[in-house]
Design a protein. Sequence first.
Length: 351
Amino acid sequence: MKRKEKKRVGALLLAFVLLACMLAGCGSSAADSRQIVRIGHNQSTNHPTHIALLAFEEYIESELGDKYDVEVFPSELLGSQNEMVQLTQTGAINFCVASNSLLETFSENYTLFNLPYLFVSSEAYHASMDDESITGPIFESTRQAGFEAVTWLDAGTRNFYTVNTPIETLEDLKGLKIRVQQSPTNVEMMERLGGSATPMGFGEVYTSLQSHIIDGAENNEMALTDNGHGDVCKYYSYDMHQMIPDILIGNNDFLEGLSSEERAIFDEGFALVNQVQREEWVKAVENAKDRAANEQGVTFLYPDTEPFQEACLPMHDEMLEKYPDLAPIYEAIQAYNEMYPAEETQGGSGE
């Protein structure tokens, strides 16, 4: 059986085991009747996302420890991101962290955040994501799929990194096979930039780079160090094509089963996740850049981003024409872009 097939079968078996445990009261005894709250994500244990979820675990158990036992599963222990979203849909697990690009396949509203060059600066990005009038209609749009977003996580700025070819101009991308996230928007973006889009799961990227199946990928600085991509790719170019959040999603039935007092405490916990993750992100990116440059020998490049932007801007008009209901949200983001313009020397802030 192939590795991917084994992983898929393993995740499905895990889903059945977890569901059976929940139905049978697995993990509880006469001495411990607490409900287990399972949270999955695909990052390492030193990643800002994991650190933030551990803070959530500590907070919930400090407030509701007599009723809930929170367990955080890092590093795809519960399966791939796509599989974890499916487990959250069914209620086999309670929460997971999903990329915005993956959620685009569940709700067209998430297409907006995937647009390249939607945000002109990190400040505009953060202000927009903190505005509930912008995020609310998008976060709630997957309820029919069995889950909803409970908070967003900073995944920094996505940029190109390559094995052999430094990306200093738009022309440098021509003909290169670049891994992108599995979403139609990202595939079109890559085609407009002149590269060959190669969608694949994040867990497959390292071996694909190493074996030259792909020439490069696009992600934040953390991918270089936490995931070892900087051992293979020696050029990282700040074209700053996307600022896409990661999203913490929760199972509808679990959330709706909370009492009003419990939900208020969980909401405080979700806010804590956002706060801790963003604080840790700033420190982690600084460390990642230092390690990538001094230990892995990665060269950081700062190309003129204007040609990249011009190649992608027609996608904005196409999206607004296809999804006119998103126009008010798009315009609200543009207002923040005017309020927080890009600095001339701005570099990337992370995944």
